[in-house]
Design a binder for this molecule. Structure first.
Ligand SMILES: [Zn+2]
Length: 269
């Protein structure tokens, strides 16, 4: 995700913590002030305060909770065309690996009898608003966006999963949990974020950062198609489990053979 690159990865967490405590401070200050005022002014201000809180609630209520009923999965391959995303000289740009994981994920979901829509299926530039409108024009959907991460600190590695609306948290938890079953994976957590494709979505929407291209180990893994197949498999399993419950998802292709023969999956580099 390009926007993440501008902050240090740990900076993302710090910003969110600050935002949360900021909101509490705002509420506490307002209530303290109300107590010091005369009764009519107090009442009027209390109404205004409640109205503003109500507006927030309506905003959240806009998102339909389809996490148990969805029939369509909108699969979003991050970046594309003139927007390469994260770029490292040693490997393909982010836009190439996001498209590959997204296409593998899409195929697995179709094989699991879910309808799918891709925001892009080739190396083309799709504006963020268009990605959102593709999602919001579906009847009963969820949205999953695939990205890879970048940091100036080469040592940073691990999965990060992002959501915006509360109804997306269940799906975010499930996808993140499945990714964490990959051997030697590192957990960088599930976070609320204001990314446009998440904020504007009318359905549950999750953005997955499938590891750091800036990290030697994860960058190498991202270049390995078997590892990308594994990423797609774990995300597909999470989505099918979210919809139909555990035990329904069947891995397909070469990965299924590996899993059956007891191999622990693609070797790490
Ligand atoms: Zn990205």
């Amino acid at each position: 995700m390009k926007r993440l690159r501008k902050r240090s990865a740990s900076g993302t967490d710090a910003l969110q913590t600050r935002a949360k405590s900021g909101k509490n401070f705002w509420l506490e200050t307002n209530f303290r002030l109300l107590n010091r005022m005369s009764r009519p002014i107090r009442l009027a201000l209390a109404f205004a305060l409640l109205a503003s809180l109500g507006a927030c609630a309506t905003q959240t209520g806009r998102v339909k909770n389809t996490t148990k009923t969805f029939t369509t999965v909108v699969v979003d391959a991050g970046h594309g065309g003139k927007d390469s995303g994260t770029y490292r000289r040693s490997g393909p740009p982010e836009k190439v690996v996001t498209l590959d994981v997204a296409q593998r994920l899409e195929r697995k979901l179709r094989e699991s009898q879910l309808k799918t829509v891709m925001t892009r299926s080739s190396d083309t530039f799709i504006p963020l608003d268009q990605r959102v409108s593709i999602e919001n024009s579906q009847k009963n959907a969820i949205f999953v966006s695939i990205h890879f991460n970048d940091s100036r600190r080469r040592g940073i590695r691990g999965f990060e999963t992002y959501y915006n609306s509360g109804v997306s948290l269940d799906l975010a938890n499930r996808i993140h949990g499945k990714l964490m079953t990959i051997p030697r994976s590192a957990n960088r957590g599930i976070h609320a974020a204001n990314f446009r494709v998440l904020r504007m979505a009318n359905y549950p929407a999750v953005l997955v950062e499938c590891g750091f291209l800036s990290n030697r180990s994860e960058g190498n893994q991202a270049r390995d198609w078997e590892y990308r197949e594994l990423l797609a498999d774990r995300i597909a399993e999470a989505i099918v489990e979210q919809r139909y419950g555990p035990g329904v998802y069947q891995p397909t292709g070469r990965l299924a053979l590996q899993l059956q023969s007891g191999s622990s999956g693609p070797a790490a580099h």
